[in-house]
Design a protein. Sequence first.
Length: 388
Amino acid sequence: QSVISSLFRGLTGSKCQVSPSKQNGSIADDINENKRSNSDAISISSRKTESEKPLTNRGEIFFWRNFGYEQGGRPFLKVSHDANMDDTGHVLTQEWKLGTPRIVLVVMSNVSPLSQWTNTRQIKNFQKGLISATNTTEMWILTNGINVGVTKMIGDAVHEEINRRNSKSHFQKTHHMDSDHNSKIVVIGVAREDLLNHGDSFDGSSPRLEIENEGNKIEEQKFDLNPDHTHFLIVKDGTINKTGINYFLLRLQHYLASSLDQPRKSASNYRLNHCSLGILEIPVVAVLFQGGTDCARLVLDHLKRHLPLVVMKGSGGLADILGFAYSEINQRPQGIADAEFCENYLKPELSRKISEKFPKLRDNSLSRNIFRDRIMDIIRYAKQVWNR
């Protein structure tokens, strides 16, 4: 909790901190409830099943920067949306030698500029808190890997911190001073292949990919990878509605946060036996910035896994609507159980705010009501964990 407090220091009043209530529920429940097709139904087990596919290809990305391709490559692994998590974890910890994180921060957001988050002071404070947290403990940061919005904002902060570390290290070596010991910065972009400008390059033809970013094409829904991430998981989403990326991320979170029915290993035994991350319990915390309608399902399933969530109220989109609903419910003695309040005030107000934030739903009452009810479900699964 001290790491999370450090991360969000200076953002008082702009966040809504929640954790899941201890109700029964799973991703599988939602899959059955919505009768998804077999291609969309994904197991969250960390053990290998017949439906889980082997990993495909891997290599390194070399971004064009400062009139040339960078010398050090950034490892990537291309996976299918239903890839086995034990295999994925082996690559992360053994091949990439990332070790074991003490905490995992999952950044949730839609692929869009942060046009509604205009408070530059809050943005700077978040970037500062993020870097402070990475310097405090071994932390993995998971994003969508796209060079836009909050992901780019995080990449900018990491780029500045690495430059600061390099400058300080050079100064210390020049003056024969002891070097600082900093935690390794690990920022993993979990990106959907078909959204990338260079998505076709991850075809396995070469382990070395040289990429020159050409700029985001928002109207075409084609984007650049952020060049300041340290590693990339490129996900080939084979689902019809492109929901596989979310379920890959949920399965990865579940894998990191859950303990298998095995005793905890010491660090030395962990290295000697090449065990997967699945034997360890690692705190996984998600942060929602902005967010579109597609983020609601991801948020709900995250909470159903009993994983905590921080909503950045003021960043726009779904985050603002959730922040409003959460605040309103917390002020009622009966909370979400106050049926009259929910039906006569909260639901109509949510519908109005949805129409404001998402104009495309303004004339689509069916989709708007489904989205509104999903927001109500999110609030049902959430409760306040930090009182200020």
